[in-house]
Design a protein around this ligand. Sequence first.
Ligand code: PMV
Length: 336
Amino acid sequence: MTDYYCIVVIVLWPNPNNIYAYTVQAVMMEASSPAKAILFGEHAVVYGEPAIAVALDRRLSIRVRSSDTCRVDGGSLSMRRHRYLRWALNNLWNGEPLEIRTRSQIPGASGLGSSAALSSSIAAILRSLRGEWKPRDVATDAFEIEYNVQGGASPTDTSCSVHGGGILVSFRKESEHLWSISKGERTWHVHNLDPPEMTLVVGFTGRPSLTGRQVAKVRSFHERSGFARETIREIGDLVMEGVDALKDGDMVRIGALMNRNHSLLSILGVNSKELQSLVDAALPYSYGAKLTGAGGGGSMIALTDKPEKVASLLKARGGKPYIVRVSMVGCEVHGT
Ligand code: PMV
């Protein structure tokens, strides 16, 4: 577990009656959490199939200290711009007002988990300020934040951001079980899955990925089509093959499975012209490539050992490339 500490500055000052009074002047605490990429199983995970996600070496951090009023990045807490922080403060915190500063290397609405990293970081800070910090509790709080703000989510992104490295989310308990998260009748079991060293190139289409809209689209297809349900089951089988390929560090097999997963996601209707153009550009120099996350926009990922080449090809097609490596560092909290 991550070590953390918190310094509470206690200030003494003489009051008019010459009696010393105590106040907590500042609580400084910083948390940071990684971006994530779903390697296999997005959308299918909503219907009880497994999914695999990996943490990436781009991070979002937030710093808090006590204040007279709640403030975020120098402005007031906005209903529209700060929906995640607002939900967290309203529902998971009843202490004094906090001033929050955010810093991010993760492009927003890109399918790379910026909201999961934000939810994990604020959840970790609020737990720490209350004196407890267990990854499983932070993962549960972070999931609740995302679920409530987005009106639905699986715990894949938030658990990956909290744990770091790789995770397998499934509806059956497997080996290396980390924690389980329930919502309604559903329970997701989250497992550690050690990923091999991998370089990925993320290609952001520049078009935001609206998770809720894509999930609704797949849901309606799933309800009316046996073919959609069969496709989703096929994705589930492929994810379990992915577990073996990752454990073996077999890049060729991982790449082939990514390609197959991309085709099955296209059948479900969440591919787009822009995503396909980036996938096509990356493929000649990659083991495999696929859209990642909800699709419809957002990002694709390519597994490659020629990251510079792939990045330049994605750029030439109008994508915004990010060369990333899988990171073993999950959510961290530090007092300052
Ligand atoms: O758009 P993202 O990166 O948050 O991924 C969504 C993944 C889905 O499987 C489509 C939905 C979910 O909550 O698991």
